[in-house]
Design a binder for this molecule. Structure first.
Ligand code: CA
Ligand code: CA
Length: 180
């Protein structure tokens, strides 16, 4: 008799869970992180905006806005989590008016092989903006992504680097692709 009571109770729980599921909001298709203006930072970041890719095969965009126009020696590092395990998968590093390179990330401090030739990501630094375009599914099919950005100036003290949203911290997620 007890068994019979338990089963309908479980079924009721299952219905509740199913009904509650849509209330768990999907990540947005665009997100802007506001960061403080910090005169002590060498190449201060004021906002980071993440946008979903329009469709499969297209690139998502991360726009970093700085508090001044780009100059020689300005640099940017970007870590991207594309498989939603809260660990970076791609690492991009580049200097203004120079080359950039894309690597498979190995945690926060190291990186694997140079995969710049795969076309996973591109960097453009122009005016007050650094723009990264990234194929979220470059390494594996991706449904959402998160980023961590660091700006710095060559030969400046490490403490003058600006980390958004924080040192070795990933942002909240954005959908990799606009919903179809
Ligand atoms: Ca800042
Ligand atoms: Ca990851």
């Amino acid at each position: 008799m007890r068994q019979r009571l338990v089963l309908p109770a479980l079924a009721a729980v299952a219905v509740l869970v199913a009904a509650a599921a849509p209330a768990v909001a999907a990540p947005p298709t665009e997100r802007t992180i506001q960061d403080a203006q910090e005169p002590g930072k060498a190449y201060d970041i004021v906002t980071v905006t993440m946008k979903s890719a329009a469709s499969a095969g297209r690139k998502a965009q991360i726009t970093v806005t700085h508090d001044r126009r780009v100059r020689v020696g300005d640099g940017i590092d970007l870590w991207i989590d594309t498989d939603d395990d809260r660990q970076p998968d791609l690492y991009l590093t580049g200097y203004a008016f120079s080359e950039y390179a894309v690597y498979k990330a190995h945690g926060w401090d190291g990186h694997g092989r140079d995969i710049s030739d795969l076309g996973c990501a591109t960097l453009t630094m122009r005016g007050p903006k650094s723009i990264v375009r990234v194929d979220p599914s470059c390494l594996a099919p991706s449904t959402r992504f998160a980023v961590s950005v660091r700006s710095f100036v060559q030969d400046s003290p490490p403490a003058s680097a600006d980390n958004v949203p924080g040192f070795q911290r990933l942002s909240k997620k954005v959908l990799s692709y606009l919903p179809t």
